[in-house]
Design a protein around this ligand. Sequence first.
Ligand SMILES: [Zn+2]
Length: 150
Amino acid sequence: MDFEEKTITEKTSYVKGLAEGLGLGDSAQDKLIKALIDLVDDMAVEIADLQEELDGLYEELDELEEQVDAVDEDLDELEEYVYDIDDDFDDFDEEDEEDYEDCFDITCPSCGEEFSVDEQTLIDGSVNCPKCNELLTFDFDEDDDEEDED
Ligand SMILES: [Zn+2]
């Protein structure tokens, strides 16, 4: 492998090997070389640690990105699902308005009989009690007033 392509750790090992080959002694120059190699060695270890930490962070980032993508997809599905439900509700409401007749519980004031009348009966304004045949009338003045204000 070409020296330039080696990692910092590999280069440091290579330089250390060269220095050992020199048979460095106790001269000021040799001490300087030893100190520099020691420093480079420390820096190489430090940089390798940082690189490892950085790689770990990149891996975590990749995982987070995948998770975000997955959540994004889930949200899309949920959105579709919710819109589908919304459509269903719209359909239901339409059918509901067409088919459903509002019923109102009435208690006859004369005999106490409880029975149900439909909305049209209320609009008509009166109904006969099914038990005692008393004519019951309904007052819609309040609702009429509200409609007039509109
Ligand atoms: Zn009655």
